[in-house]
Design a protein around this ligand. Structure first.
Ligand code: PEP
Length: 256
């Protein structure tokens, strides 16, 4: 079974609501394709105007985070029901910036993944090693641990719908993209880990993205790898170049 490529933008803490509308209007014609699932994960306050601006297009709007409780005294948090109420279908869970600056752990990632599935939201589950871990040769062990904990108590049917984003921390926002071999090696290891946890059927359908300084010039080679089903894109998601990343098949020979 062929897996449909999924390219998601992570806007991080960028774009006011009016800028969000402007950016979506600019990108809409550039990302128009049925060949790829296109998701814009935007700051919470941008979600409603972004949904409105994306109406009638192929762009799906996602969130960058979500809390794992239903409601209550959790000042500043966004609940899953708040997201589904307005039509959000995807949420990034466990981005390395949230792990680093907002004390997210594999355990909170797991709680959020379970809660997202409970509400029918597809989690984009992030994992990735530090440069030190890569140099110590423990990348695959570390990623396997992150995945095993993130998927604790997740059923096979749920796992099949998940998206995993492999994002080496040393490649995020640094301009240092992983080599195709490095990215493919880890994505293949993630798929193998899913096969061990859920069997070959789940491993065959789960979508695994690469993220970390993806650009219009690196997307084609990365996304053509056997185990890489698209990308999670930060900086380049805020530029017209995002259109080239989404339409990577047409931009294979672009040289910069
Ligand atoms: C990200 O934020 O998930 C990311 C991959 O960022 P960048 O593309 O800017 O490295």
């Amino acid at each position: 079974m062929a897996r449909k490529t999924i390219v998601a933008g992570n806007w991080k803490m960028n774009m006011t609501p009016s800028q969000a509308v402007e950016l979506i209007n600019t990108l809409k014609p550039l990302v128009a394709t049925d060949a790829v699932d296109v998701v814009f994960c935007v700051p919470a306050i941008d979600i409603i105007p972004a949904l409105e601006a994306a109406k009638g297009s192929n762009i799906q709007i996602g969130a960058e985070n979500m809390y794992y409780e239903e409601s209550g005294a959790y000042t500043g948090e966004i609940s899953p029901a708040m997201l589904t109420d307005v039509g959000v279908k995807y949420v990034i869970i466990g981005h390395s910036e949230r792990r680093e600056y907002f004390a997210e752990t594999d355990e909170t990632v797991n709680k959020k993944v379970l809660k997202a599935f409970e509400h029918g939201i597809t989690p984009i589950v992030c994992c990735g090693e530090t440069l030190t871990q890569r140099e110590q040769g423990v990348t695959i062990d570390f990623i396997r641990q992150q995945i095993k904990i993130a998927f604790l108590n997740v059923t096979e049917d749920q796992a099949k719908k998940a998206v995993i984003a492999y994002e080496p921390i040393w490649a995020i926002g640094t301009g240092k993209v992983a080599t195709t071999e490095q990215a493919q090696e880890v994505c293949a290891a993630i798929r193998e880990c899913i096969a061990e946890l859920y069997g070959d059927d789940a491993a065959e359908v789960i979508r695994i993205q690469y993220g970390g300084s993806v650009s219009a010039s690196s997307a084609a080679e990365l996304f053509s790898q056997k185990d890489i089903d698209g990308g999670l894109v930060g900086g380049a998601a805020l530029k017209p170049d995002f259109g080239k990343i989404v339409n990577y098949k047409d931009f294979k020979v672009v040289e910069y």
